[in-house]
Ligand binder design. Structure first.
Ligand SMILES: CC(C)(COP(=O)(O)OP(=O)(O)OC[C@H]1O[C@@H](n2cnc3c(N)ncnc32)[C@H](O)[C@@H]1OP(=O)(O)O)[C@@H](O)C(=O)NCCC(=O)NCCS
Length: 147
C-alpha cells in the first residue's frame, strides 16, 4: 500500500519546492507553485514534486521532478509522472540528463532530434550543447504524443 499521497501544491509548499530543486541541481527557474503537484508522506512531510510548465511558444513541459533522497526508489517519481500524464494535454516535452533517458522511456517519452523540437527547446538544446561540452554532460529533449 502506498505510504504517501499526491496533492496540488499550495503557496506554503513553495519554500520546500525551491529548497529541493536547489539541492538536486536541476533548473531553478520558473518554479511557480500553483503549477506543481507535490507528494507527501503519511506524516504530512513534503517528499517530492513535479510541475507542468508552459512556454511562450505554446509547448508544455513536464519539469522540476524531484524526490528527497530518503524517499527515492519507492515509486514517488513514478506516481508524480503518471498523475501529471493523466492530466496533461499532448504533446508533452521534458529535458533531462542523457542517463535519465531510459527512466522516461518507461512512461512513453522518446528523445527528439533538434529539428523536431519546438523553438523554446531548440534554443535550450543549443545552449545545453555548449555547456554540455564544458561539463561533459549531455542533455536530452524528450516528447510524448500519446494520451
Ligand atoms: C530521478 C528521480 C526523480 C527518481 O525518483 P524516484 O522516486 O526514486 O523514482 P521511482 O522510485 O518512482 O522510480 C520509478 C522507476 O524508474 C526506475 N528508475 C529510477 N531512477 C532511474 C534512473 N536513474 N535510470 C533508470 N531508471 C530509473 C526505478 O527503478 C523504477 O522502476 P520500477 O518502478 O520498475 O521499479 C530521483 O532520483 C531524483 O529526485 N533525482 C534528482 C533530481 C533529478 O535528477 N530529477 C530529474 C530531472 S530531469
Amino acid at each position: 500500500m502506498a505510504d504517501f499521497r499526491l496533492r496540488p501544491a499550495t503557496r506554503q509548499d513553495f519554500t520546500a519546492i525551491r529548497a529541493l530543486i536547489r539541492e538536486t541541481g536541476i533548473n531553478p527557474f520558473g518554479l511557480e507553485w500553483s503549477r506543481f503537484l507535490v507528494a507527501e508522506s503519511a506524516a504530512g512531510e513534503f517528499i517530492g514534486c513535479a510541475q507542468l510548465k508552459p512556454h511562450s511558444d505554446g509547448s508544455l513541459e513536464l519539469a522540476s521532478l524531484a524526490v528527497i533522497p530518503a524517499w527515492r526508489g519507492r515509486g514517488v517519481a513514478r506516481a508524480l509522472i503518471e498523475a501529471q500524464l493523466s492530466a496533461a494535454p499532448r504533446p508533452l516535452y521534458l529535458t533531462c540528463r542523457a542517463e535519465l533517458g531510459p527512466f522516461y522511456e518507461q512512461f512513453g517519452f522518446h528523445p527528439l532530434r533538434r529539428e523536431a523540437m519546438p523553438p523554446y527547446f531548440q534554443r535550450l538544446s543549443r545552449l545545453a550543447e555548449i555547456i554540455g561540452k564544458l561539463l561533459q554532460e549531455q542533455m536530452l529533449v524528450m516528447k510524448t504524443g500519446e494520451p
